[in-house]
Design a protein around this ligand. Structure first.
Ligand code: NDP
Ligand code: 2IT
Length: 452
């Protein structure tokens, strides 16, 4: 690292020594900044990076709610408002027991550059709670969401901060959150995205992250004379992003042989066909069951339960392309070595920061095409941005129209990341390319807006 970025990193570690995920996101970002800081004295002069690593605001609040047995439960709620340089704070809400300030800050930090890459006027933020929706009744989830919104509402608004979904927050939760916001404020506005189709949601928003990931990776592969058609793919996770990644990979003529959840993975050598995917959607979104049930339903499918923190067997299956779509750091150094050993050609990050820093380094060193999350999974927030536009105009675009815009946005992100990589880093280093292209726009806006 050069002197400036090293100092910034040391300060972040000194101020928040326990925020490992946040430190990791900042560290890998700063490595890209090393490529440009010497060329951009105004960035140093205006302390742009120093300001960026400090959220504009971070809110932590108590969320009391009553379970079905009439017992009071207390969770912790968060909203990290990282940057409003390009527009209202924008980013998802995550409900998962692992949620803490470090995870919220890493996600909010990444979101700023991701949103910048989309080209839409959105700042960056993230929020959530350590609430675990697993095993909770609909009524419990509703009471939790209402209590969460009883505090969050005063910090958000259609021109201030527009939350959406993430892990553990899908259509059901967004609906409950929206209903409570509407009741408290007596206003029907586009304050959340990912809403239901009957009350302002955009068509293609549920599909957008997975579809966008595949569109983006397809661009990278086409640039290398490769294609998805006829390939074998690994997908992890089995939630929103994983499901629509499989759907679009199938549409491109690829074969997907894996899915997973936090309990284990399935390996289906025959491929997860559209019919089997329909079963997964029902299983995960309606029945809220476990992926192990897939192996009970379909013959010839192997289920491997997850044990410990070592190598994950899902990344030791031979395939052409891998799409981690579950959570952060799901590919560690050992997993990356297994993927490289088996000749993986591309890793497309559907989840946010799914590769540990050492894994990312290994892929770049070994010439594996790495599609970094802040570019590759930007389709979700991009269509959220389109939902905001439709809400402001009080109209609704067709699926074809939204999908076409999504494809154009993903192509645009590919082109900006590629040209930033070619100019400042190495050919096909989309990690540097995405960081730099995302950064430059935010930096420009921050300098123009003065020291705020
Ligand atoms: P969902 O809640 O729909 O699905 C999450 C999936 O990942 C589930 O299969 C879940 O398994 C698994 N998972 C979650 N946490 C862990 C963990 N700690 N260890 C192992 N498996 C885990 O979430 P999404 O599909 O929306 O999100 C997946 C990833 O994509 C996240 O990184 C998210 O930040 C990112 N993302 C999401 C976007 C969106 O629009 N939804 C947009 C951009 C990025 P289980 O059911 O057992 O918990
Ligand atoms: O990580 C992400 O980009 C999201 N969870 C989607 C955010 C959004 O505002 O749609």
């Amino acid at each position: 690292m050069n002197q400036l970025t090293e100092q910034i990193y040391q300060r972040v570690c000194r101020l928040d020594p326990d925020q490992k995920e946040f430190q990791q996101a900042v560290y890998t970002f700063l490595l890209s900044m090393d490529r440009i800081v010497d060329e951009l004295p105004e960035v140093t002069y205006h302390k742009v990076i120093e300001r960026m690593v400090e959220p504009e605001r971070a809110i932590i609040f108590r969320v009391p709610w009553m379970d079905d047995e009439g017992r009071l439960q207390i969770n912790r709620g968060f909203r990290v408002q990282q940057s409003s340089a390009l527009g209202p704070y924008k980013g998802g809400l995550r409900f998962h027991p692992s949620v803490n300030l470090s995870i919220m800050k890493f996600l909010a930090f990444e979101q700023v550059f991701k949103n910048s890459l989309t080209g839409l006027p959105m700042g960056g933020g993230k929020g959530g709670s350590d609430f675990d929706p697993k095993g909770k009744s609909d009524a419990e989830v509703m009471r939790f969401c209402q209590s969460f919104m009883n505090e969050l509402f005063r910090h958000i608004g259609p021109d201030t901060d527009v939350p959406a979904g993430d892990i553990g927050v899908g259509g059901r939760e967004v609906g409950f959150l929206f209903g409570q916001y509407k009741k408290i404020t007596n206003s029907f506005t586009g304050v959340l995205t990912g809403k239901g189709q009957s009350f302002g949601g955009s068509l293609i928003r549920p599909e957008a992250t997975g579809y966008g990931l595949v569109y983006f990776c397809n661009e990278i592969l086409a640039g290398e004379g490769r294609k998805l058609e006829g390939s074998t793919c690994l997908v992890s996770g089995s939630g929103n992003v994983a499901q629509f990644t499989v759907e679009k990979l199938n549409a491109f003529g690829a074969k997907v042989v894996t899915l997973s959840d936090s309990s284990g993975m399935i390996y289906d050598e025959e491929g997860i066909t559209p019919e089997k995917l329909a079963y997964v959607k029902q299983l995960k979104n309606v029945k809220r069951g476990r992926i192990s049930e897939y192996a009970e339903k379909y013959k010839g499918v192997t289920y491997v339960p997850r044990t410990g923190n070592g190598a994950n067997p899902i990344w030791d299956i031979k395939a052409d392309y891998a799409f981690p779509c579950a959570t952060q750091n799901e590919i560690n150094a050992e997993d990356a070595a297994n993927l490289v050993k088996n000749g993986i050609k591309l890793v497309g990050e559907g989840a946010n920061m799914p590769c540990a820093a050492e894994a990312e380094r290994l892929f770049l060193d070994k010439g594996v095409l790495l599609a970094p999350s802040k570019a590759a999974n930007a389709g979700g927030v991009a269509v959220s941005g389109l939902e905001m536009s439709q809400n402001s105009m009080r109209l609704k675009w067709t699926s074809q129209e939204v999908d076409q815009r999504l494809q154009n946005i993903m192509k645009g992100i590919y082109e900006s990341a590629k040209s930033a990589a070619d100019r400042y880093s190495e050919h096909n280093n989309f990690v540097d390319g995405a960081n730099i292209a995302g950064f430059l726009k935010v930096a420009d806006a921050m300098i123009a807006q003065g020291y705020v």
